[in-house]
Design a protein around this ligand. Sequence first.
Ligand code: HEC
Length: 504
Amino acid sequence: MSPFAINRLAGCVLLLGITACGIEEVEGFERLYHRHCAVCHGGDLQGAAQGTPLVGIDLGYGDGIDNIARSIAAGMPDRGMPSWSETLSETEIRSVAIFISEERANTTFGDFRIETPLVVPTDAVRTSLHDFRLELVADGLDPLPYAIAPLPDGRILLTEKMRGLTVVSAAGEQSELVPGAPVGHGGAVQFGPLQYGNGWVLDVTLHPDYADNRWIYLSYGDRCEDCAAQSRRGPASMTKLVRGRLRDGTWTDQETVFEVDKAFYNSATDMATGGRICFDGAGHVFLSLGMKAGQRPVQRLDQPDGKIHRMRDDGRVPEDNPFVDQPDAFPTIWTLGHRSPHGLEFNPQTGELWSTEMGPRGGDEINRLIPGGNYGWPLTSKGVHYNGRPVDGRGLGVDFDPDDLEPPVVDLTPSVAVSSFVFYDGDAFPGWHHHALVGSLKGSDLVRFVFEDGQEVERETLIEDLARIRDIETGPGGVIYLLLEHASGGQIVRMTPEAEEAGA
Ligand code: HEC
């Protein structure tokens, strides 16, 4: 039996972050549809005698989650579509609308595509600004890799969550685990052979002055075996950031850049923590630390999780961080209210920090991060909880004004499980300069976004249905590397420009 035979359930946990997710809840959305709508629109949404198809056609009353919800709520009573605003709650309407848009986008909730056959196209891929080819660099990696960092000499640093740090040669051969570097652990939640870790190795990134100082930054769930007071369920962990150097293949000179008191360690998995690292080129390093101990700490300044943290590159606290003067606040906090921030990048063109984060069911986001900004989790989201409940901060005891919460620049509903991204600034694809290339797990796509003044002005899918894209990096010469997750083994593939046709 494939080790991923239980991926439907396990994948659910993967997206959820820290709470177990039952298939029943997943089907709740569908049940609502079948109870109220299938009679007219058909069990497969293909339409029936009394109702129009809801998939495979352009919608007459507008696509997208907000339009669909509006159609359902208001109905078209004189044309045979009842109004549902009296019968169904706002959340139920939104849930059904999410279900319909998932079906329209062919991203069935619960299908995490880790077993979908992975075929790297051999033909050139044609897109509006650049044509390119995909080439396999390395395969047979752990099915759940996390990050890559291309080195100037053509080798690639690679982290695998459950294992640790390795080096992939230019010829695609993977080394043994780098001795001396932090190692990965599973074990917090286990479904069959899959373990959802507590002590995962997360991101790896080179310092911007790597050529001179050789610093490599590594984030991981630091595992504590004897934090029994905090952890009734075995070992505990919390995201930690270190830097070190590779000397003769060994991890040396390790220094701690970000670490919190053991009192904040807990036994929840490192699944939603993100752990993404980026630099602003002005001596600061940023670390994303998502939901780790449930929702409540995410809005609290005296708790480290649900935040983006900003440090000097040696770990000192910058004096101009937004909450340094606030007693009890973590002085490293840059922004708060983050759920599952799996992408973090600095845009050198505008000097802004951007992030991607996974929402619950719906509500994946691309955010522009303003110092001190509150990104709203779990007070509000364009998605709904997995059980269909609304994301509603009332009842959490947090005082907030919805106008003070920063809305996403891009709302990706239905969820594609948005992962990592880059602001491209390499030489191989000059037409894409300063565009964001954004990957997704469930969506399995690579999408190019153009932003102007914090607004999306252009979007193009560059690669469709490839595989779960976990990480994207630009390598020497501006070549783009993608890190793919797959049940049969992770892969690294490379995007290289396709030479223009003669005479073109
Ligand atoms: C009694 C039959 C009937 C039922 C029950 C019904 N619908 Fe409809 N629905 C229709 C018809 C007919 C239309 C097309 C109206 C038109 O073309 O003007 C429609 C239109 C729609 C549209 C707009 C489609 C478009 O092209 O923009 C949506 C969305 C929709 N229905 C969703 C639902 C949902 C969700 C439910 C269940 C909560 C539901 N409907 C229940 C008959 C029905």
